[in-house]
Design a protein around this ligand. Sequence first.
Ligand code: ADP
Length: 270
Amino acid sequence: MSEFAKQMAGQSQNDEPFYLPTANEIALFEHAWKNQLPVLIKGPTGSGKTRFISYMAAQLGRPLYTVSCHDDLTSADLVGRHLIGDGSTYWVDGPLTRAVREGGICYLDEVVEARKDTTVVLHPLSDDRRILPIERTGEELEAPPEFMLVISYNPGYQNLLKGMKPSTRQRFVSMRFDYPPFEQEQQIVMQEGGVDEFNAKRLVSLGHSLRKLKEHDLEESASTRLLVYTATLIRSGFEPAEACRAAMIEPLTDDEETVEALMEVVYATY
Ligand code: ADP
């Protein structure tokens, strides 16, 4: 935990997840938090966004509430709802409300998946009002300085149309994530996948070769997460080329011909 975070949070935390920074993202996040600015992280799946937020929450000593957004998510799922029990109704806070009350970090993953009417509840929280009106109970919560709203999305092809409204996007400090540079990714694969330097290097080289292949109409390319999964299978003793097929190639496409074409790249390596 940095000196800065100790001062700000006034508490210590030892169970930090492993996170290897790739640029100035830690400093930027700390400054945003200190100045009560919400953060938007954009980047492909498996590039370390979720790991980064867990790491920062531990660094800052704040509780973290993560919500994976989807198109059925309602504002009640975020804010809370009345439930019925023992013949009466009682109120239960949703994750957003809990984060506001506790001065925690609320992380909404893949926020463009959520319906627009759901994300409207974020507006008064993400500008300088920093309030959460809870219509159903008539409460209006003022977010404490420690509260932070973080959203992420993947600007990949499928979200081009959905996008994010400028009125939402312009309320957030934005950070762009991508797969880490070669040496950092190699370290991550070693640490997370438990393989040696030689195997990690080979996997990262393979990942780079796959990422360069633009002619195959893939939605996404081999992410750091897929490299880590492949390393995990290899470390456990599974045959390397087959580990690549199962954990790196098949997750990318359902098209058999494309799988075989990508496996040629694997066979050239293994
Ligand atoms: P995202 O939220 O962008 O989909 P994750 O944060 O879940 O991706 O990252 C996927 C996996 O990749 C993590 O579980 C971790 O093993 C690894 N990873 C990616 N980037 C980093 C990093 N900078 N430091 C440590 N691990 C990383």
